[in-house]
Design a protein around this ligand. Structure first.
Ligand code: SF4
Length: 381
């Protein structure tokens, strides 16, 4: 008996315009088909080739044999009383990630995940404590935008849209899943995709410098740096990848990226304020000095506590003191207001559910049971 090999169908949902054009060329079809199909998927939300009335029946039959349009499945959706919406999205058996939509005056931002968990283990981040399983595919990443836009009944790029901004700040380090993230961001910004302006799509990285050095070859999206400390000694404790790529290397690379863009833009510096860890006056003064030559604005994020963390939220006094020091030094400073905390959707709280290949979660849980200090971050008086 011979076992027939079944070739898996290609998922067209995650194909960038270039890859879609190559795909149609590979099956002997004209390149304009790529744009037609992308519009059906991303503008009209089609998941079935039979909906595509301007595509001939013979091509639709051919596509059904070799391709599919399969978004990841929504397991659960929560709606916060403040309008924040969170989805738990299945990306395989026992593997779930989260995406969050945050409405604000005049805009709506979707926070998108790039990996199932995260390998980097930043001290203040719930995702990091859950461990890591795998990278998301491009279809699973752009699928989060597809799901969100569709849930509001709005995919068409023109007109009054709900999802106006996307930040790659959900679960995972986007530059550790470089090509899938770049393809997804290209679909977000393509006129045949979601048509979101390059000034409204932001990639946030904790500092994977070699990939940041390549990013300018693939995209001109905005850049945010998860900095969280003004010196290497403290950042090594909060963001472990800093031991490999210290602050100077990271900021130099970020500056090269931003000054290489065709228009003038600032880097967003993300700084999570943790009580008596990185929220003191001298930290603010050191940060102001560090960023002196960097075209940037600073976004302060009060730490959001989560299970498996013994770090604490900054006090309001320390938060405003920190802001004022930066402000007086000439920086544009914003404070991220906590949104969606009734549905655990606030920044740093995304956890998902998945099998942790690193067994990191187990180790943190064991420490918590033994009532050991979970996160060995030195506190300053
Ligand atoms: S902050 Fe980002 S890079 Fe760090 S552990 Fe969390 S998801 Fe990973």
């Amino acid at each position: 008996m011979t076992v027939e090999q079944v070739t898996p169908k290609v998922n067209l949902l995650g194909m960038s315009e270039q890859k879609m054009t190559e795909f149609f060329a590979s099956i002997g079809e004209k390149s304009f088909r790529a744009q037609q199909i992308m519009k059906w998927i991303h503008h009209l939300g089609a998941e079935d080739f039979d909906q595509m009335t301007n595509i001939s029946k013979s091509l639709r039959e051919k596509l059904k044999d070799i391709a599919e349009i399969t978004p990841p499945e929504v397991v659960q959706r929560w709606d916060s009383k403040d309008g924040t919406r969170k989805w738990l999205i299945r990306v395989g058996e026992g593997q779930n990630v989260e995406a969050v939509y945050i409405p604000e005056a005049g805009r709506g931002t979707l926070c998108v995940s790039s990996q199932v968990g995260c390998a980097l283990d930043c001290s203040f981040c719930s995702t990091g404590k859950q461990g890591f399983n795998r990278d998301l595919t491009a279809a699973e990443i752009i699928g989060q935008v597809f799901i969100a836009a569709k849930s509001f009944g709005q995919l068409e790029p023109k007109g009054d849209r709900k999802v106006t901004n996307v930040v790659m700040m959900g679960m995972g380090e986007p530059l550790m899943n470089f090509h899938n993230v770049m393809d997804s961001m290209n679909i977000m910004m393509s006129d045949f995709g979601y048509g979101i302006s390059k000034r409204r799509v932001t990639l946030s990285t904790s500092g994977v410098v070699p990939m940041l050095d390549k990013m300018g070859d693939y995209t001109d999206a905005c850049l945010a740096i998860s900095l969280h400390a003004p010196n290497d000694e403290l950042r090594n404790q909060l963001v472990p990848i800093n031991k490999k790529y210290p602050i100077k290397q990271l900021l130099d690379s970020a500056k090269r990226y931003i000054t290489g863009l065709s228009d003038k833009r600032d880097i967003t510096i993300e700084y999570t304020l943790i009580k008596e860890v990185n929220d003191r006056q001298h930290h603010a003064e050191e940060l102001a000095e560090l960023l002196r030559d960097i075209p940037c604005k600073v976004n302060l994020i009060p730490f959001n506590p989560f299970p498996l963390s013994d770090l604490e939220r900054v006090s309001n006094n320390a938060l405003y003191r920190f802001r004022d020091i930066l402000h007086n030094a000439g920086y544009v400073v914003t404070i991220r207001t906590t949104r969606g905390d009734d549905i655990d959707a606030a920044c740093g709280q995304l956890a998902g559910q998945f099998y942790d290949r690193t067994r990191r979660r187990e180790r943190y849980e064991a420490r918590a049971q033994d009532q050991e200090k979970i996160i060995p971050v030195k506190q300053v008086p």
